[in-house]
Structures are given as C-alpha cells and as structure tokens.
Design a protein around this ligand. Structure first.
Ligand code: FES
Length: 121
C-alpha cells in the first residue's frame, strides 16, 4: 500500500468534485456535509467517463411519471455521460444497469493528517 498526499482539506469544498492524482491513479474526491472525505477512482465503471466532470447532488427518485422526490439523506455522484448515480457512502450505483448489475466505483481509504488529505492506494 502507498500513501499519497493529494490535496489540502481546505481545498475540498462540501458538495464539489475535486480531481487529483494518487500516484499513477486519477481519482476524484468529495467532502460530505458531515465533513467526511470520500475518494473514488476517476473513471466510471459503466463506459469509462471522467467522473471529475460529473456532479454531486441529493438522490432523486420517481415512483411515477412527472413526480420526483429528493432524498437529502443520500448524496450521490452523478456520471456526466449517462447519468448513473453512485452513493457517496458506498460507491454503489443506486439503480442496476441494463443487465441487472449494480455497478460500483472503486473506493480508496482516506486519512486526514493535519490539513493534508492522504489517499491510500
Ligand atoms: S459512462 Fe458513466 S454512466 Fe455511462
């Protein structure tokens, strides 16, 4: 395992995606409302989009056409290409793909060392 200081904690605004390099791996970081820092591989497991161009939002759900509800208890990272949403808590897609599989982002462990954000690969 290798430890990489990838940025400063002050450079991670809540609710934004921040790209970084952890060794040779391109990753994306996000800071949650509770202050937790999440790190994921930078490419989408669906078709490889660069997730740094995605966005963070609350989970939206629809039981019927023209009715959308927002679940503020679940933040997701939305892929910029086809809109798959991945839970920030687990990295797992909130809906299955067309083959019935739940795609999952590769997660990295994060340590906070003073003001440094350290990612373990
Ligand atoms: S490449 Fe990410 S949803 Fe398709």
């Amino acid at each position: 395992m290798a430890r990489h200081t990838v940025c400063r904690l002050k450079d991670l605004p809540v609710g934004k995606i921040v790209p970084a390099n952890a060794g040779r791996a391109r990753i994306v970081l996000s800071r949650t409302e509770t202050g937790e820092v999440k790190a994921f591989a930078g490419r989408c497991p669906h078709q490889g989009a660069h997730l740094e161009f995605g966005c963070i939002s609350d989970l939206t759900q629809a039981e019927r056409p023209n009715e959308v509800s927002v679940d503020k208890s679940c933040s997701v990272l939305r892929c910029p290409w086809h809109g798959f949403e991945f839970s920030l808590a687990t990295g797992q897609a909130v809906v299955a793909d067309d083959r019935g599989h739940f795609l999952k982002l590769r997660r990295y462990n994060v340590e906070i060392d003073g003001d440094d954000v350290v990612v373990v690969t």
